[in-house]
Write a protein that binds this ligand. Structure first.
Ligand code: GLY
Length: 434
């Protein structure tokens, strides 16, 4: 990594208001190069260390206007929806620096069919799949091929468009919701029916300027609501890093067989990719295979990963946005980090909001413990719940076992009515070390 650039402090705009965006703001705050930070719209956590602006991630014109008026040096986009809607193209047309892929390149996440074709054509290890735009044809295929299988809506569906169906009935029900009842609107007009692969999941995030890539430490999300990976899918109930399911040798192989071919294929397709490329993987007896690509930082993975990053995230994102990524490996603190998400009772279904969150001051004083807010808001002087996933408590430790202990000690001090969190974040890593 190059020496820190001298001169005037840089201003950063982070687009989004969840736990990932609080983590990005927190990481930029650590950079000696960064001065003003804005979060659009942010949450009660970002308000403590940045200035929240009342603009949603979908209001691209208002974001351009704000970035111009405030002469923002770098905009970093958290969620996928504005990327899929073309925020990067619009900022670039306005000559504003922005970290993230263009609309064309973001199809790696916004079209599961585009991503699957690209992966298969590039020889990336992934499950075979069939594509359908006809409901009856898809039903007949499931009748013949059977279960388990994975039914995926082609477009963005707020994380709800993928069903891992263990029976034919579940596959038919997913197809019915997606294609016949149009639960996800146009995003479900086409579907993929993919072979099911069993194994352990892991997330690999790489930062790329379209040519060069730097791969981050492996992490693991916990997508299901309940302990032991039971219950419904969620936006993620916790994460840890580094994830030992991916060792150094496997990480090199993933870089060579998944990350680099995807970046090259995107470039060859006329949509060079800049930003964070997220590969969701499953490791089975044959090795790692691609489940999906995402066009952004992972949430909650970065809540565990970025507190371990020794490099300056501003330097990383600014050099990427300029198309000049100047390094190919990151420096990390030794040890591990574990992040446990506290959710509202009822999440991912209906839940109540507006409960006061207690214990934040006490936990805020704990060493190497950070509270990343997600669904929170400020009401008078109190922090109140305002979303399904309310916050995540991240703890660093000498290893995963130590970080688990410290994270649960800390989250036990956070109180709000109906607080719910999984008790087994990090257990797969601990099982491997036994
Ligand atoms: N952790 C899953 C995601 O960011 O999509």
């Amino acid at each position: 990594m190059t020496a820190k650039r001298a001169g005037k402090k840089k201003s950063v705009l982070v687009v989004g208001g969840g736990g990932r965006e609080h983590t990005l703001v927190w990481s930029f705050r650590r950079s000696p190069q960064v001065g003003p930070i804005f979060a659009a719209p942010g949450n009660a956590g970002t308000a403590e260390i940045a200035e929240n602006i009342p603009v949603g991630p979908g209001d691209i014109e208002a974001l351009v206007k704000f970035a111009r008026k405030e002469r923002v040096d770098l905009t970093v986009v958290g969620p996928e929806a504005p990327l899929a809607a073309g925020i990067v193209d619009r900022f670039r047309a306005a000559k504003l620096a922005i970290f993230g892929p263009t609309k064309q390149a973001a199809r790696i996440e916004s079209s599961k069919i585009f991503a699957k074709k690209l992966a298969l054509e590039a020889g990336i290890p992934t499950a075979p799949a069939e594509i359908f735009d006809d409901f009856e044809a898809a039903k007949r295929y499931i009748d013949i091929s059977g279960a388990p299988c994975v039914v995926k809506a082609d477009g963005l569906a707020a994380g709800k468009g993928v069903t891992v169906a263990m029976t034919e009935e579940e596959a038919h029900a997913a197809l019915q919701r997606t294609m016949a009842e149009k639960e996800f609107g146009a995003a479900g007009e086409r579907v993929l029916v993919e072979d099911y692969i069993s194994g352990e999941e892991a997330s690999i995030l790489a930062v790329t300027d379209g040519e060069r890539a730097a791969v981050m430490i492996p992490s693991q999300d916990h997508k299901r609501l309940k302990d032991g990976d039971g219950g419904p899918n969620t936006g993620g109930m916790g994460a840890y890093a580094p994830a030992p399911v991916i060792d150094g040798k496997m990480l090199n192989s993933i870089t060579e067989t998944i990350i680099e071919p995807a970046i090259a294929a995107l470039s060859d397709s006329g949509a060079p990719y800049q930003g964070c490329l997220y590969a969701g993987l499953i490791v089975d007896f044959e090795g790692p295979k691609l489940l999906e690509f995402n066009c952004r930082f992972g949430d909650p993975e970065v809540q565990a990963m970025l507190p371990l990053l020794s490099d300056d995230l501003y330097e990383v994102c600014a050099s990427t946005a300029a198309g000049k990524l100047e390094f190919n490996r990151f420096a990390w603190r030794p040890g591990a980090a574990v992040s446990v998400v506290a959710a509202s009772k009822g999440y991912p279904g209906e839940y109540e909001r507006g409960f006061a969150v207690k214990g934040l001051d006490e936990v805020g004083k704990m060493e190497d413990v950070i509270v990343f807010h997600a669904g929170t808001a400020k009401e008078d002087d109190s922090v109140v719940t305002a979303g399904g996933r309310v916050l995540a408590v991240t703890a660093l430790g000498v290893n995963v076992a130590d970080a688990v202990k410290r994270a649960y000690d800390a989250i036990g001090r956070i109180k709000f009515p109906g607080i719910y969190y999984r008790r087994d974040i990090g257990q797969k890593a601990l099982a491997r070390s036994k």
